[in-house]
Design a protein around this ligand. Structure first.
Ligand code: NAD
Length: 414
């Protein structure tokens, strides 16, 4: 692993904000540790007839504000360290957006690209069964993350429902609409990234018109963010995914790229000039959006970045060491817990719809998303100015102050 472990990095960010607001050291003792980490073995029968036992996790970091909420990731690099850090970030993100949720995250160490659909289904169903004791619409509600989809959520919902003996749509979010999924959820994280980018430029009396954007990762978050930003007038001049990187200084055809990914599961099958995948980060653009995995911008490559604005579509793409380098270079970073919060905002709306049995039109969902994201941005922006701190520190300050207020009323049991 490059530099600190992710968990250490998450703690550093928490400590910085805690210092800024002079957080009670007793409360910090609670917030620096996860409430619960479940590590499980997930044995499944492969199509070959052989049995393989995978390792999976679910971390529920803090539930002071409500049931815990967070995605499930299928990736070879999943680890306990990663899951705990991601669960901590979910906690701060939900607090920042003022949602009645705590934070969680789950994952399975596996390469989903090497598993058949039926193997993935068995893996998901067995994972659900193993975490069942700590799962529930008022306890912990999973959602999609890297290499999991609405279909994965449908399998989790079905497995949970089979055990309960009744259909429980509010156990997951990001599920297919026909099962009670929300309109606009699929696009929500990318839409939120675009809204926050637009608001940041507006606050600096600038506009998205003609702004050049490089997008690392072209999955759910990156693809949708690119689409909405291009609709707002930005020019997407470089995109990458695990397969490689495409560039076009005149702007890439974003809908064409989305079609290409739907068809071939990679961007490089789309016509265009290809460059080395790693070069995406160093393109001469106005805005760089890392929307793939964590630790992409680190001590060894931060100085090569030319973009003046970084919008963190992914969770944890910038290490604290890179943060310092970029800050010295005057590069603005819009932090993950703000920039990519659109997904959990609409997940909350999906949960409310499933609990009530009343479903809303996409227009209403998008209006609510717009309202929540712009409000959170304003709060972070004003806090950053007032306290003369980075946007990341300001976002943490807003989130931690909110959780501290919750504890001030709830106290500590017993
Ligand atoms: P996804 O699986 O849909 O897409 C991931 C993308 O990253 C793919 O295009 C993949 O090819 C690409 N990728 C992987 N490794 C890469 C590399 N080394 N270089 C370039 N590209 C690479 O996942 P997603 O849901 O879009 O999630 C992306 C990030 O956003 C993750 O950090 C996730 O935690 C975060 N996030 C997702 C959501 C959501 O609603 N899906 C919400 C908040 C945050």
């Amino acid at each position: 692993m490059i530099e600190d472990s992710l968990r250490k990095k998450a703690k550093k960010q928490l400590y910085k904000a805690a210092q800024e607001i002079k957080l009670d050291s007793n409360l910090l003792k609670i917030l620096e540790k996860p409430k619960r980490i479940l590590k499980i073995s997930i044995p499944i029968k492969l199509d070959s007839g052989k049995i393989k036992a995978y390792i999976g996790f679910r971390c529920q970091y803090n539930d002071a504000k409500g049931p815990t909420k967070g995605g499930v990731r299928y990736h070879p690099d999943v680890s306990e360290d990663e899951v705990v850090a991601l669960a901590a970030w979910m906690t701060w993100k939900c607090a920042l957006l003022d949602l009645p949720y705590g934070g969680a995250k789950g994952g399975i160490i596996c390469d989903p690209k090497k598993l058949s659909e039926s193997e993935l289904e068995r893996l998901t169903r067995r994972y659900t069964t193993e975490i069942m004791p700590v799962l529930g619409p008022q306890i912990d509600i999973p959602a999609p993350d890297v290499y999991t989809t609405s279909k994965t959520m449908a399998w989790i919902m079905d497995t949970f429902s089979m055990f309960k003996g009744y259909t429980e749509p509010s156990i997951v979010t990001g599920k297919p609409e026909i099962l009670g999924g929300s309109k606009g959820r699929k696009e929500a994280t990318g839409r939120g990234v675009a809204i926050i980018t637009r608001e940041f430029l507006k606050a600096r009396k600038k506009s998205l018109k003609g702004a050049k954007v490089a997008m690392q990762g072209f999955g759910n978050v990156g693809g949708h963010a690119a689409l909405f930003l291009s609709q707002m007038g930005a020019k997407i001049v470089a995109v990458s995914d695990v397969s490689g990187c495409l560039v076009n200084p005149d702007g890439l055809d974003v809908p064409g790229l989305i079609n290409c990914v739907e068809k071939h599961a990679c961007v490089i099958k789309h016509p265009g000039k290809q460059i080395d995948r790693e070069e995406l980060l160093f393109q001469d653009v106005d805005i760089l959006i890392p929307a793939a995995l964590e630790n992409q911008i680190h001590r060894k490559n931060a100085h090569k970045i030319k973009a003046r604005i970084i919008v963190e579509g992914a969770n944890g793409p910038t290490t604290p060491e890179a943060d310092e380098i970029l800050e010295k270079k005057g590069i603005h970073i819009i932090p993950d817990i703000l920039a990519n919060a659109g997904g959990v905002v609409v997940s909350h709306l999906e949960w409310v719809q499933a609990l009530s049995g009343l479903y809303w039109e996409e227009k209403e969902i998008n209006a609510e998303l717009e309202k929540k994201m712009t409000k959170a941005f304003q709060h972070v922006w004003e806090t950053a100015i007032k306290r003369k701190v980075s946007l990341r520190c300001a976002a943490y300050v807003v989130a931690i102050e909110r959780i501290a207020e919750v504890y001030s009323y709830r106290g500590l049991f017993p």
